[in-house]
Ligand binder design. Structure first.
Ligand code: SF4
Length: 386
């Protein structure tokens, strides 16, 4: 029985939940919040990382994110007019920076499908953090268009990329992306990014039991010593369409165990606050960290939640602000923009939204189950980016 038909995939008429409106009271002089880089949420988490989805379209149909049965030619993708323009994205990004954001990640769908994305990257690269530093400006891609675009992305001001690659075995990879796209072309994109100076490059592999977990060691051997950081991601119950089952999850502890059966690893300290990956370094014969061989990461949203220092906000391609990857509703910032709200209005709205945040889905997964009682389904990852 082929993989695609085992879990129950749920076709949806329209996956996007209704947005929450920004109350006018948040913009009134008496309750306006100004941006000073210190806003924190109800769990004391600052706002440091903004993920911006620039399209809801993709040229892959990875079955853990955009199953073909749902995201087919009849799926109601967003009309161009409803997408935030590059000017609108840049205006909103500036207000997030004023609240303390230091890192912006461009996502999708597949962000390289957004026409003239280099123009947006140039605008964002010109922005500075509150400390006057360049932003940490990065992008997550499936690599399909990277070979062609790496140089222009770098020239526009992009600093680094994260490339999704779920296996080296062509048959396995084609089955995962479900559009028959060859591994060789993604590897060519990764090399073009390296040659263009888009680094350090991270490689994300979503591990699904019985589908591509046999690729863990081949991927590891391939990227060891390459200077790139391979991360193994636990298969997640994102959205409401991928038919997720715990049975298909390979816990990160098992991934590490499998690797250690072949080669020694040692745990490394987190590189940044709020980092999603646990770092493991390759060990040399003396048992110390072998920098030449490099490191790997595991991202364990299912078995080892990391919500306690989650400092990430997500902006959908039509300007809705989501506070968690597993959220079911977002705040509509586009309406504010298009009714010509001031920058101070935008800043106040973002401040109020973040300071009211209490999200920690991965910590509460069991209890929160499929629905959070508001009736809205979890938002699709292809809509707000991973
Ligand atoms: S589950 Fe939500 S709150 Fe927790 S780490 Fe992920 S995005 Fe952050």
């Amino acid at each position: 029985m082929s993989e695609r038909f085992s879990p129950k995939v749920i076709p949806l008429v329209d996956a996007r939940p209704r947005p929450l409106a920004v109350p006018d009271t948040w913009l009134e002089p008496g309750s306006r919040m100004t941006a000073n880089g210190l806003v924190s949420d109800t769990l004391g988490r600052n706002l440091r990382d903004l993920r911006i989805s620039v399209t809801d379209r993709c040229n892959f149909r990875c079955n853990y994110c955009m199953p073909k049965e749902v995201f087919d030619k009849n799926y109601p993708y967003l009309p161009h007019a409803s997408l935030l323009s590059f000017e609108e994205i840049t205006r909103i990004a500036q207000q997030f920076i004023n609240h303390g954001v230091q890192k912006i990640r461009l996502t999708g769908g597949e962000p390289l499908l957004r026409k003239n994305i280099e123009v947006l990257i140039e605008k964002l690269a010109a922005l500075r953090t509150l400390e006057g530093q360049p932003l940490d400006l990065t992008l997550t891609t499936n690599g399909a268009l990277l070979a062609r675009m790496a140089k222009s992305l770098k020239a526009a001001g992009l600093q680094r990329v994260t490339v999704s690659l779920d296996g080296l075995d062509d048959a396995v990879f084609r089955r995962m992306n479900d559009v028959d796209f060859p591994v060789a072309d993604v590897l060519a994109g990764i090399h073009a990014a390296r040659d263009a100076g888009l680094g350090p490059i991270k490689i994300n592999m979503v591990v699904k039991r019985g589908t591509n977990d046999q690729e863990i060691l081949p991927m590891l051997r391939h990227f060891k010593g390459s200077g790139m950081v391979l991360r193994f991601i636990e298969y997640m119950d994102v959205g409401a369409t991928n038919g997720w089952r715990m049975h298909d999850v390979v816990p990160s502890a098992e991934v590490i165990q499998r690797i250690r059966a072949e080669m020694p690893l040692l745990a490394l300290e987190p590189a940044n606050p709020g980092e999603t990956a646990q770092r493991w370094g390759f060990a040399d014969a003396a048992g110390t960290y072998d920098r030449q061989a490099g490191e790997i990461g595991v991202i364990s949203s299912v078995t080892q939640a990391f919500c306690s220092d989650c400092n990430r906000a997500r902006l959908s391609t039509e300007g809705r602000l989501y506070l968690c990857l597993f959220a079911n509703q977002g705040y509509d910032l586009r309406s504010l923009l298009r009714r010509e709200a001031s920058d101070a209005d935008l800043a106040s709205a973002i401040g109020h939204i973040w300071s009211g945040r209490a999200d920690r889905y991965s910590e509460l997964r069991g209890a929160m189950a499929a629905d959070t009682g508001s009736g809205a389904r979890r938002v699709e990852m292809s809509y707000i980016g991973g």
